[in-house]
Design a protein around this ligand. Structure first.
Ligand code: PNS
Length: 161
């Protein structure tokens, strides 16, 4: 069984992430979305909230599951018998960093990375900009799955987006 992981912070998941996950799910037998926990970074959404929002967003994909991990991504891959990492590439500006991580992950544990070109519609999209738009009361409904948009609006209303 060919398994792949789509790793990230997902604070929150966007339509750009979802597009990559949907296409990866058609290419691999099983795709795990791994929410990487960074203890030095506090997010808008807790890790539990992110997982919940991702699960809701991918419930139409039968071969996709969601998990969390704190540590090196390659160690997660090794433990879970995953041989491929799939990440979205939005623009040339993403490339240097993604290539560096891909080569390091290959060097560390022989894990291959597939950089998937995002749809041009999503080339400008990032979780951090979505958070900023929501914080100032902007409309993010075209940028994120519906439940993410409503949860962001709630956070913004409480001043915590
Ligand atoms: O959504 P993000 O924040 O751009 O995702 C980056 C992420 C979490 C995928 C990356 O920072 C990562 O893989 N972190 C896990 C720790 C790790 O393995 N670091 C070494 C990378 S070579």
């Amino acid at each position: 069984m060919k398994k792949a992981v789509c790793p990230g912070s997902f604070d929150p998941i966007t339509n750009g992430h979802l597009d990559v996950i949907e296409r990866a799910s058609g290419l691999f037998d099983h795709v795990v979305i791994a929410v990487l926990v960074n203890s030095s970074k506090s997010g808008v959404f807790t890790v539990e909230e992110r997982v919940d929002l991702i699960k809701d967003s991918v419930k139409h994909l039968t071969n996709v599951t969601v998990d969390t991990w704190s540590g090196l991504l390659v160690d997660y891959c090794e433990r879970n018998d995953i041989s491929a990492i799939v990440k979205g590439l939005r623009a040339v500006s993403d490339f240097d960093y993604e290539l560096q991580m891909a080569q390091l992950n290959l060097q560390l544990k022989g894990i291959d990375t597939f950089l998937m070109a995002t749809k041009p519609t999503y080339s400008f999209l990032s979780s951090s900009l979505v958070r900023e738009i929501a914080r100032y009361g902007g409309d993010v409904s075209a940028l994120v799955p519906p439940r993410v948009a409503s949860e962001l609006a709630k956070k913004a209303g409480k001043g915590s987006a």
